[in-house]
Design a protein around this ligand. Sequence first.
Ligand code: SAM
Ligand code: SF4
Length: 487
Amino acid sequence: MSDIKDVIDRKTNTDEEELERQRNCIKIASELVRERSEHLGHSITYHVTTFGCQMNARDSEKLSGILEQCGLTYEDDELEADVVIYNTCTVRDNANQKFFGHLGSLGAVKKKRSDMIVGVCGCLSQEKSAREKILASYPFVALIFGTHNVFDLARLLVIVLTREVTKGRGSTVTEVWDDTDRVVEDMPVKRNYSFKSGVNIMFGCNNFCSYCIVPYVRGRERSRTSEDIIGEIKRLAAEGVKEVMLLGQNVNSYGKGLSEDITFAGLLQKVEKIDCIERIRFMTSHPKDLSDELIDVMAASDKICRHIHLPLQSGSTRILASMNRHYTKEQYIDLALRIRERIPDIAITTDIITGYPGETDEDIDDTIDVIEKVGFDGAFTFIYSKRTGTPAASMPDQVPEDVVKRNFDRVLAKVQEISTKQAARIEGRVMDVLVEDINRQDPSLVTGRLSNNLNVHFPGDASLIGKIVDVKLTQCKGFYYIGERII
Ligand code: SAM
Ligand code: SF4
């Protein structure tokens, strides 16, 4: 026991020392899991439930990787698992509500299964008020940790398993950090797909858009070195990965703060050189930092996918200024049209918020005007959600619900009209498709993705999964295609 305490409490000064400590924690956790399994008479299972964005999906792969190294096995049903981790999102209030709904349902199950261990991590745990709510109303939660210490799960599991914390109020292990400069490389990861993978290139965000909580819960922007990123992608390529998605809240500011002199476009050029990587995607691009260099690199590339997600948020220059986005309506349109001119087959998708404080019908007209002029291939449309602590939350002229709903419907209808037209542009063409899965509705079909991110369903079987094949796009169904394979 004193050895365990020593490892748990040891202070580390470098990322390498921390990695060593985590490896020791995994060994100790594996032993504790083995003992628990013998005591209960069955293997210990886990389930990680993910809410939110691609960043969270990637963190969940890391959480699953650590849990499997600790000897736990995957259980598909959240309500049946012995260890359940909720990786939460708090970007909009409906994400919070969804999570608390899950937690409530699990509470009823937990009453009958005292051995179950419930953990909560992710963006919502970074918020003090949310943590207080969990501690007060869901005392069965054994562990709360945050976005900065995902790598620490094995150590936290050791603490939970050795403290008998599952037995009542006040014993929840809570370790949430406000920020970190730690980037612990080479921790285990369990990938959801064998042929594609997300790769974090940076963490956090420095932009402080007035409506957004992400900078408060994900901390300051930190880029990984290109050496670490390229090393990871080479390993993924050796394991059979064909497509990588480079992840960051604002990939266009990649490299700031690193000792090496590198831009995001420069990083893409390095990734392009890796053999066996056939497709490169990235997410998300902030319009204010998108360089001509990036457009040139994309235009010249055979591997960078013909898709860019370029969040607009609003088409009104007045609202954009209040949102702290650092571009005008005209600058956004000019940028999007320049991208289209240089890369004609590109799909441009976006995020749009309606109901931001002070938004008028004229502002919505501007948003609709941008949708028409840019011709978006797709858009996520969101109703503004007030996030406590952000500047927009205390702005005076919050928009009444009925007005927001009316404007949201206008924006959504325009997005659907334009994106359906855009999708039909490529009907009849033969294009590369990376096959991802068996179709959920019809098992005689497989589902794949075009370089421009549209889905295609066509006859095929599981042997095609992970392969890139030629498919004729026979029928456009608005936001997806029906096709047939060309051999
Ligand atoms: N970093 C990315 C960027 O700047 O575009 C986006 C990250 S955020 C998780 C994804 C999207 O959520 C944003 O583009 C924005 O449209 C939306 N969003 C963020 N805060 C929101 C809020 N308070 N209410 C509604 N939508 C919000
Ligand atoms: Fe949020 Fe803006 Fe950062 Fe995107 S860039 S995560 S919208 S603060």
